[in-house]
Design a binder for this molecule. Structure first.
Ligand code: ZN
Length: 293
């Protein structure tokens, strides 16, 4: 894969896992079989498992390098963490070796950004060291959207650690705050002259999109505003994991409209294969043109 560039910045990706997961009728409460079947010809096998129809999903971290900073966007599941889902429990993947192979040793990371604080976006924020969870990236500032953090902090007041995002608030977010490496940011914050943060609520109350712009080009890191490319074609299909189905659908449509209008590269958190693409309007929805660099 050749490096993707946006002006003076580059974008790369490190994968933690890629596997078939939920069936679409379970993933999308507004699922319609006929509508899904109309797109199977291009989705199987890269995006939909042959035979089972299970949706293929990737867990990856985006690496953004600007002239000033090395930034990680979303940090997957992490190693050695106790999770209720068997496929996510007590992982031992060579994620950090892959990150090093991509030219990013942990100490070189300047910023970690999470599009939201679900369990599969915060995992590598911390690692286990002498029985304690400590920040994996010792020199990084970890940027959390203030509204998103406040929501989960409030949940944690009323629930046990395991009940809040599968235990990840306690083992992957709070240790970063305790180590004083967390920075709480508001919408429209610019952590780098090439990066801006936008509000995109619905999947979670404080979900954000991260926009990288330079030289007339733009990439949009959209987190879980979409989980699967079928949602480009049916933006009203919010996932069962969305906090507010209608609000999530509105944010999804806004992000897709923005990308279509500005010719932005859409970089979601879970699309397998090419991982990213350009969005075009098609009738009352959209289509994706994969960026196979
Ligand atoms: Zn996710």
């Amino acid at each position: 894969m050749t490096a993707r560039t946006i002006g003076q910045a580059s974008i790369a990706k490190v994968e933690e896992l890629c596997a078939a997961g939920f069936k679409p009728n379970r993933m999308f409460p507004r699922f319609n079989q006929e509508a899904f079947d109309a797109h199977k010809h291009w989705m199987v096998p890269e995006h939909v498992e042959a035979g089972s129809d299970r949706l293929v999903g990737s867990l990856h971290t985006w690496i953004v390098r600007t002239p000033r900073h090395t930034i990680l966007i979303d940090t997957c599941l992490g190693n050695h963490k106790t999770r209720s889902a068997p496929a996510w429990n007590n992982l031992d993947t060579p994620f950090l070796e892959r990150l090093r192979a991509a030219g990013v040793p942990p100490e070189s990371v300047d910023m970690v950004m999470c599009t939201h604080l679900h369990v599969d976006h915060v995992g590598w924020n911390t690692k286990l060291e002498n029985g304690r969870w400590v920040p994996t990236f010792p020199n990084a500032r970890y940027l959390f959207a203030r509204k998103e953090y406040a929501h989960w902090e409030d949940e944690r007041r009323h629930k046990t650690g395991e009940e809040v995002n599968g235990g990840s608030f306690d083992d992957s977010v709070l240790p970063v705050v305790e180590a004083r490496q967390a920075v709480f940011v508001d919408i429209d914050h610019q952590p780098d002259s090439l990066l801006t943060i936008r509000d995109a609520p619905g999947h979670t109350p404080g979900s954000i999109t991260i926009h990288l712009a330079d030289g007339g080009q733009e990439a949009v890191f959209s987190g879980d505003i979409m989980h699967h490319p079928i949602q480009v074609y049916y933006p009203e299909w919010s996932s069962q994991f969305c906090w507010d189905q209608d609000m999530s659908a509105r944010s999804r449509r806004q992000v897709l409209e923005h990308c279509a209008e500005h010719r932005s590269l859409l970089c979601p958190a879970h699309f397998p294969g090419a991982n990213a693409g350009y969005i075009h309007r098609e009738r009352d929805a959209f289509r994706i043109e994969w960026d196979r660099r």
